[in-house]
Every structure is written in C-alpha cells, then in structure tokens.
Design a protein around this ligand. Structure first.
Ligand code: AQP
Length: 331
C-alpha cells in the first residue's frame, strides 16, 4: 500500500522491438489498474544489459518503450512511467537482496537456463542475478499486484520468497506481492516454432509479430505461421501451432474457444490465419498511430521520464530508509 491505495508495478525490457507477446501478456492489461491502484510502470533498462545491447539502439528503444506504454493507453498523469536506471535505488536494493537470496534458488530459474543456452558466450553474473533485481523492482514500491505474463511466474514466486525471508529475519518490511496473470495473458508462442515463447530477441523476424508491424507484414507473418498438416481449427495434441493461433485470436477478439471453433467450422487453416492477421492488425493500428505521434515529440517523452523518476524516487526512498535501518546501517 502507498497512502490509501494498493500498488501495482510492472516493467518491460527495452531489449528489442516489442512483440504481441509483450502486448497481450503484459502491456495491454496495465491501463485497467490506473483508476483503482497506485501504478508504477517501468522501462527496465538495467535488466536489458544482461544481454549485450548496441548503445544507440538501447537508447532508442528506451524512448520507444515509454512511448508504447502511452500509446497502449497509459496516461502519465494517472501512472508513474519511468526508466529503471533513473532511480538508483533499484540497483542498491538489488545488492542488499542478493544477500538474502540463495545460489540454489537462482540456479533453478528456467529463464536463466534458457538465456544461458541462447547466449553461451556471455553467461554473465547479471543474467544469473536478474531475478533479484526484479524482486528489488517490485519490493521497492511495496507492490501488492504484479501484472505479468505467465512466463514470469517463477521469478515472482522468488520475489515473494525473498520478501518473506527478509520480513521474517527482521520484522514486516515488504509487502509480499501477488502475481496478476490475466486470462488473456496466455503465453504467446513463436509463429515459427510453437513450442518456444515468442520473444523480442528472436533472430527470426517471421517468428514474431511486432506491435509496430504494418498491416501487410502482420498478414504475411500469420499466413506463414507454422501449423500441422490437419485442417480443423481446434486445439489439441500435436496442434501447437493452431492452438497458439487460437489463443492469439481469442486475445484480440475476446471470443471463447467454443466460439472460435464454431466460427471456423468447415473452413480451412488459410481462412483462419487471415482472420488472425486481420484481428491483430486492426487492434494494433490505433496503437501504431499514437506511437508515431508520441515519438515525434522527444521533449515530451523526456518530461514524462523526468516526472516519473521523481515520483518513483520519492516512493523508493521510503522503503530504502526502512530496509537500511532494519539491516543495521547507520542512516
Ligand atoms: N510470449 C509471451 N507471452 C506472454 N507474455 C509475454 N511476455 C513476454 N513475452 C511473452 C511478458 O511481457 C512482459 C515484459 O517482458 P520482458 O521485456 O521483461 O522480458 P521477457 O519476458 O524476457 O520478454 P521477451 O520478449 O522474451 O524479451 P527478451 O527476448 O529480451 O528476453 C513480461 O510481463 C512478460 O511476462
């Protein structure tokens, strides 16, 4: 709680062009909290450098991610929108929490295993301690609720364990956060390999639909999506590609599984893929337009970042003072 409101925190890494996985699993759901909760939405650039980034691209994507937050409906007057590296308390609390996190716990994180396999030439310590920084992000704001995609559930459980451990070692200090994984926040899978997650850092652009792809590109990518040799639009074993497309279609149209199956009865995969592309492109078209408008006004984006960093720093300072006192540091 902050004041009389419960707190929501979430973040997205500026580590690539944002995908419909980031949109459906996370950002699309953020604005629903703005009226009732005190909301902090962060562009987590410190997380992004666990994988090598080209500096100019990281800078550009940081602006773009902030602009996308707003283009997806987040009003900076109602939400604190900020960049993680502008609030040094994230890194500071992360160090402290490292000392309350076990090596064995971090070793079990599936994202670490996946990313170390993908970046075998750069298995840095930051990649390993990434979930501790994520715990710091969340606990710093006394967060009650964290809207994330289902792929982040394991990290959130660790944040809860760290909070509980610290509270038990001293006295209640951190709110123990709950995940908020909306029904529409299903795990969106790659269009080229429906057994792996759709990821913004996937080197195959046909595997991924980006939020900012134009309509023709979206339609082409859905048409090329990998499916099985069957013809019936229905989820099932060995039909991971079609199951994924059904999830995506449902997220964009709000239809139930039964409604989708009925709608495409007697029609082939081709018709269904076209309908998926149309639904996706139509939903994203207003986002793309608003994004272009916002990106043309860098001074405004910088003013939003500055205001957000001030608001976040103020809230973070309260938690840091409490934590340092409990640990025994001289204030
Ligand atoms: N495929 C997905 N399905 C559902 N939700 C997803 N999210 C990401 N991909 C999917 C959700 O998006 C939010 C922000 O993710 P992130 O940028 O912090 O990092 P990530 O989960 O590692 O996302 P990516 O796209 O896979 O990035 P890279 O390729 O850089 O690692 C989170 O809430 C996440 O659940």
């Amino acid at each position: 709680m902050l004041g009389d409101k419960k707190v929501v925190f979430s973040g997205v890494q500026p580590s690539g062009n944002l995908t419909i996985g980031n949109y459906l699993g996370a950002i699309k759901n953020f604005s629903a909290f703005s009226d009732e909760y005190r909301c902090f939405y962060c562009v987590v650039d410190l997380h992004a450098i666990t994988v090598r980034q080209v500096p100019a691209e990281l800078r550009r994507r940081t602006y773009e991610t902030l602009a996308l937050y707003m283009a997806c409906g987040l009003d900076p007057e109602k939400n604190t929108l900020f960049v993680q590296s502008h609030v040094p308390a994230h890194a500071e609390l992360s160090w402290l929490l490292n000392c309350y996190t076990m090596f064995g716990e971090l070793s079990r994180m599936t994202q670490f295993k996946d990313k170390s396999a993908k970046h075998a030439d750069n298995i840095n310590a930051g990649l390993f301690t990434y979930p501790v920084l994520m715990a710091a992000d969340i606990l710093l704001y006394q967060t009650d609720l964290v809207p994330v995609g289902v792929d982040q559930k394991q990290h959130l459980e660790l944040a809860r364990d760290i909070a509980g451990r610290f509270n038990q070692a001293y006295s209640p200090t951190f709110v123990v956060p709950e995940p908020y994984i909306p029904q529409s926040g299903m795990k969106i899978m790659s269009l080229a390999d429906p057994l792996s997650k759709m990821s913004k850092s996937d080197p195959n652009p046909n595997a991924v639909v980006y939020i900012l792809d134009d309509k023709d590109t979206v339609l082409r990518k859905f048409r090329r999506a990998v499916t099985d040799s069957g013809a019936e639009v229905r989820p099932g074993e060995g039909k991971e590609g079609i199951s994924n497309l059904i999830s995506i279609y449902r997220c964009f149209t709000g239809k139930t599984e039964e409604e989708v199956i009925k709608e495409f009865e007697g029609k082939g995969y081709g018709d269904f893929k076209t309908a998926c592309g149309e639904a996706c492109a139509d939903a994203l078209s207003p986002v793309r337009e608003e994004f272009a408008r916002l990106m043309a006004d860098k001074a405004y984006l910088e003013a939003v970042m500055k205001k957000g960093a001030e608001e976040a720093s103020y809230a973070a300072a309260r938690t840091m003072a409490k934590v340092k006192k409990k640990i025994g540091f001289i204030g």
